[in-house]
Design a protein around this ligand. Structure first.
Ligand SMILES: NC(=O)c1ccc[n+]([C@@H]2O[C@H](COP(=O)([O-])OP(=O)(O)OC[C@H]3O[C@@H](n4cnc5c(N)ncnc54)[C@H](OP(=O)(O)O)[C@@H]3O)[C@@H](O)[C@H]2O)c1
Length: 338
């Protein structure tokens, strides 16, 4: 089969297609013919050697796909060849075929298009766990979503709006702000023209919940906006400059990493929480339960994933470059088959 094999870290052009044997499913695994790949920020970080959940190189990157079941292992009874499925994985999706454990495979919702099916699992599960399970957002609570026009951000906006929260969302350019308006964000903030901290302070008392994925000054200012009983949920730190091979980056990376000061939390009566759904998926029953609750919620509120861009299989380096440029909106999806 054709697959991208990451054997060294570097710029997008280190991603190259090679021929490699098809994978064979183990007893609890499902083999999938990949039709669509959802590209994740974590894969950009992995390609740059900045992601601790990545396996040891060389490996086939790719954490999420939509496709068709080809073959199942001896212990798999939930799926059979031909089933359309969404699949999560630690790695392996940048390929024509992938295998993954059965608890990371889900029947694809018929109401989603093929592109949407590749845009759902990682972003919506992350936003769901962050806002519903940890942040416990409520109707009319004020919720600030950083990087609101991105993959996780748009998912979080849709979920928070469906709950009935008052949504504040930040983004860096007019096209992204237009998307936030279309999604119904109550307070879209272009943080390049309006400092988001000053904007919120002059338009609102403070935030009940913040979804933070940037780190550095954004984390600090977001924390300073929390109301008593507020919850800050950290789901990433996109701005952290760590390069493991460059000791000069260690200090700025440490300085900008989100930190918890329990005394300040006590003084402000607020909480800081964090999630990484990759680690969470090592627990099959939690994964399956949350998938089912998330899907039911999205179906009830007619939420469909936001696909911002599509590329062909040979354009995965271009897809990575677009995400790095910070000009992407919603999810970037790769069409492996037409
Ligand atoms: N915890 C989890 O399980 C989990 C799962 C998925 C993703 N994540 C994390 O969530 C974050 C967003 O992921 P995503 O897939 O939504 O990515 P994305 O769509 O590419 O969104 C990232 C956005 O972050 C904003 N940003 C602000 N400062 C940045 C900086 N210094 N460098 C890069 N981007 C910056 C940019 O939007 P503006 O220019 O508009 O600000 C950028 O477009 C990432 O940190 C990712 O690692 C975590």
């Amino acid at each position: 089969m054709k697959a991208y094999i990451l054997s060294k870290v570097g710029k997008p052009n280190v991603l190259k297609i090679s021929e490699t044997p098809d994978p064979t499913p183990k007893a609890n695994e499902v083999k999938i013919k990949v039709k669509r790949i959802g590209i994740n920020y974590a894969e950009v970080l992995s390609r740059r050697g900045q992601y601790s959940w990545a396996p040891k190189r060389p490996y086939i990157p790719g954490m999420e796909a939509y496709g068709e079941v080809m073959e199942v292992g001896a212990d798999v009874s939930e799926f059979e060849p031909g089933d359309p499925v969404i699949a999560g994985a630690q790695f392996g999706a940048y390929a024509e075929f992938m295998v993954t454990p059965q608890h990371l495979v889900f029947h694809a919702p018929a109401e989603f298009s093929e592109d949407e099916n590749a845009a759902f699992l990682v972003n919506y599960m992350t936003a769901w766990v962050a806002l519903i399970k940890l942040g416990k957002i409520q109707k009319e609570e004020k919720v600030l979503i950083q990087a609101a026009a991105g993959g996780v951000g748009t998912a979080a906006v849709q979920i928070a709006k469906a709950v009935g929260s008052e949504v504040f969302g930040t983004a860096s350019e007019p096209a992204k702000l237009e998307l936030l308006n279309r999604l119904g964000v109550d307070h879209p903030i272009n943080y390049r023209t309006d400092d988001f901290y000053d904007y919120i302070k002059s338009n609102s008392e403070g935030m009940d919940v913040v979804l933070e994925m940037i780190g550095g000054e954004v984390f600090k200012k977001s924390l300073a906006l929390l109301n008593p009983f507020g919850r800050m949920v950290v789901a990433g730190y996109a701005s952290i400059p760590l390069k493991k091979w460059n000791p000069l980056t260690y200090w700025p990376a440490w300085r900008d990493a989100p930190k918890v000061n329990v005394q300040n939390m006590a003084i402000g009566s607020y909480g800081i929480l964090a999630t990484h759904i990759g680690y969470l998926t090592s627990n099959p029953s939690i994964t399956i339960n949350e998938w089912s609750d998330l899907l039911a919620f999205c179906q009830k509120h007619q939420i469909k994933p936001i696909v911002g861009h599509t590329f062909s299989f040979d354009q995965i380096p271009e897809a990575h470059a677009l995400i790095e440029s910070r000009r992407s909106t919603g999810k970037v999806v790769i069409r492996v088959t037409e």
